[in-house]
Design a protein around this ligand. Structure first.
Ligand SMILES: [Zn+2]
Ligand SMILES: [Zn+2]
Length: 127
């Protein structure tokens, strides 16, 4: 006697699964990271933005998690190359990817816990 029970075919719960994955991804983005360049422990931003570069060495990694950016699987280290200041605009840090050469502008982080290293920022050439 095989007491095999036929489960009513459960509907695939992709919607729930997707939302859970999205929630986990969002939590990961908010959880800070370990810098791939200097190994520093980078805490999440406390000003509502996503941290995308290290405040200690200013390096970033070429994985686009910023809304509006194209998804990129490059994974190269992004070196801080310049600081762009415009009147009335938030200063931006320009990053150049050491692997593929892409250049990205990212908001410098000041109004947060563990702000960007000011000495390093000011040592960069103007962009
Ligand atoms: Zn670093
Ligand atoms: Zn790249």
């Amino acid at each position: 006697m095989a007491g095999e029970r036929t489960e009513p075919s459960a509907p695939r719960v992709n919607a729930h699964r997707d939302s859970l994955e999205t929630a986990i991804a969002r939590r990961t983005e908010n959880a800070g990271f370990t810098c791939a360049h200097c190994g520093g422990t980078v805490p999440p931003l406390t000003n509502g933005s996503y941290r995308n570069h290290c405040p200690y060495c200013l390096y970033s990694v070429h994985v686009d998690r910023v809304p509006g950016d194209r998804a990129s699987g490059c994974g190269g280290l992004m070196r801080p190359v310049a600081l762009r200041g415009r009147p009335g605009r938030h200063p931006q840090l320009l990053h150049g990817c050491e692997r593929c050469g892409a250049v990205r502008a990212n908001r410098a982080a000041f109004d947060t816990a563990a702000p960007d290293d000011l000495d390093l920022l000011l040592a960069l050439p103007p962009g």
